[in-house]
Design a protein around this ligand. Sequence first.
Ligand code: HEM
Length: 447
Amino acid sequence: MRSPPGPRDSAAWSTWQWLRAPYPYLDGLSRDLGETFRMRLLSFDLVVFSNPEHVKEVFLDDGDTLEAGRFNTTLAPLLGDRSVLMADGRAHRRKRKLLLPPFHGERMQVYGRTMLDETDAAIDSMPHGEPCSFHEPMQDITLRVIVRTVFGFEGRPLEEMVERTKRLLERGMWPPLLLPFMQVDLGRLTPYGRFRRARTDYDELLYAEIRRRRRDGTRGPDVLSLLLDARDDDGEPMSDEELRDELVTLLVAGHETTATGLTWAMRWLLEAPELLGELRAELDAIGPDPAPEAIAKCELLDATVREALRLVPVIPIVGRVLAKDHRVGGWDLQKGTVVVCSIYLAHRRPEAFPDPMRFDPRRFLGKKLSAHEFFPFGGGVRRCIGMAFALYEMKMVLARVVARAELALADARPVGMVRRSITITPSDGLRVVLRRRRPFVRARLAS
Ligand code: HEM
């Protein structure tokens, strides 16, 4: 059977390159091997696609032939094996139905004010005139926003959950832990052992909260309240264990990704002063304390967020394991092969994005791209559940930062790309200096 070309590299070497510098590795393979190619990692044999017609074939599958859950299992130690990310087929369809309502586009306005308030607090506590990381305050904002929206926590419970989630992620985000053979608990001195203990600690907190809410029936506009009352087609609620896994999935999937997207957006804006000025003018035009909905409608802001997610996608690929022999992109592939759509390579195709290496948000103005050319959130039946939430949050946070904080890059050194578990972030957390902070003026309600 004819198969796509692959490199001569050993699986160990490819895995090392993939973990260390995935984007340059993908660039090199596509340059040497062409549009569609094989990649051999220690855990999987992959075939990488980026042609929109082939991506379309993958995204049109109903999830029964191309299984994403089996590909995502490397995340099971952190998220749990009952997470939506790990499910396939009927179980996956059931979970999506239960999880989607809280993330429906119309609900975003409920979360907008929280997003703006957390951004204001982060801007107010940034050091003035000293180099600092931009990624860190973005992580703080997105973590606090997701904890508040998922649990409805405020005060002490909020602070405790934020601290414990940070501890869990610090231990769980080390890229080698993605490899199955690294997932062995050899005691508290080993990376996986330390991570396992942090997870047990974290689970106690989550289970306590789930039981408390079930017992006293407390409900609010938070996501957990909606999930506690959600019922599947057979009228069954989620079990405590299932809820635990979905909560961790939302917390993890819903914060680091968005923080990284925001950091990339700022990285490009700081090198494009003219564009930054235009963006500031667009935001000034809606007043000092605009409603979240007014911000969401700003077109250049929206285009800037999309362009940042295009140029350096937060997640490089999405993968599906073939449940049976199947033809994709004209290649006959065997059961068990991993079919990958490279978000990164697709986003750099000059046919879809002329002059693809240039950061140019205007390319998105008044234009709707196909879901097979531009797919930072994956696609088909597996498309990111938090897409509307993430886009909304990126707009809220970026709007406030651009309107209130005058920043500059702290170093003359070029900004590189660094892997943090499955996300690709700017090197050193993007070092910036805050030059001027505009005070926040809350609009007075007319009496
Ligand atoms: C900029 C921010 C984000 C990016 C770039 C991103 C990207 C992705 C990607 C690429 C996938 C895989 C899709 C596929 O396999 O086709 C995914 C899945 C997922 N994301 Fe996101 N995501 C972001 C934010 C969020 C947020 C805010 C949440 C929740 C609040 C979230 C929850 C999920 C969940 C639950 C899945 C699994 C969907 C499934 O398997 O059916 N993500 N995301």
